[in-house]
Design a protein around this ligand. Structure first.
Ligand SMILES: O=C[C@H](O)[C@H](O)[C@H](O)COP(=O)(O)O
Length: 222
């Protein structure tokens, strides 16, 4: 079993009957969702809240009942992937472009678990490019502004055109190498007009499940 599968499947153990569960996006939580699909076939009763069109498609193909985030009072537990996680369980997310819905769902959740392979654990965030979701109008101006701030921006592309998120936005990836003050950076990005959201998830998880060669490792927030 690969490390992503180990982490993804282990996290499904935290789901209890009757829960409303946020279903993240990506290649690691894919294994969680598959496990949930099997459990649902065997009688587990949950409602899923999807974080992307791709997760909706996957969950539907597995027979997992989905509900809109607007129709739930609270989400008991969300399980999602991450691109980098530091020792304080701050993370970078959005490598798959789903950061906006993922953050909305995470903020509505009583508990958040991230499933990762060991390579995602870092001392300092920043090697992974930080995704910034922006509205298309004025995106080039924001891009040039980020360039002037020496943030090495790249507009994410797909098939020679800007990548478009599920909400119709673009993503500018910032190549920062090391984020020394994630809180300050998040506040600054939040203040920019045209920026919809960014991939810094500060204090983002209550627990992470890391898939390792000796089995899954569980790390809880201190
Ligand atoms: O936008 C995508 C999400 O934030 C993913 O959860 C993240 O990129 C990790 O994905 P993966 O498990 O495929 O590495």
């Amino acid at each position: 079993m690969n490390q992503k599968q180990l982490a993804g499947e282990k996290a499904a153990d935290y789901i209890e009957d009757g829960m409303t569960v946020g279903l993240g996006t990506g290649s690691t939580v894919f294994y969680t969702i598959q496990k949930v699909g099997e459990a649902v076939k065997n009688g587990l009763r949950i409602k899923g809240v999807s974080t992307s069109a791709s997760t909706t498609k996957l969950a539907q193909s597995l027979g997992i009942p989905l509900v809109s985030i607007d129709d739930v009072d609270k989400i008991d537990l969300t399980i999602d992937g991450a691109d980098e996680v530091d020792p304080e369980l701050n993370g970078i997310k959005g490598g798959g472009g789903a950061l906006l819905f993922e953050k909305v769902v995470a903020n509505a959740s009583a508990k958040v678990i991230w499933v990762v392979d060991p390579a995602k654990k870092v001392q300092t965030l920043g090697k992974f490019p930080l995704p910034v979701e922006v509205i298309p109008f004025g995106a080039q101006r924001l891009f040039r502004y980020f360039e002037k701030q020496s943030l090495s921006p790249v507009i994410r592309n797909k098939e020679n055109a800007p990548y478009v998120t599920d909400s119709g936005h673009y993503i500018i990836d910032l190549h920062l190498e090391e984020i020394r003050e994630p809180g300050q950076l998040a506040t600054w990005l939040d203040s920019l007009t045209g920026v919809v959201e960014h991939g810094l998830f500060l204090n983002g998880a209550d627990l992470i499940v890391v898939g390792g060669t000796n089995g899954p490792e569980i790390i809880e927030k201190k």
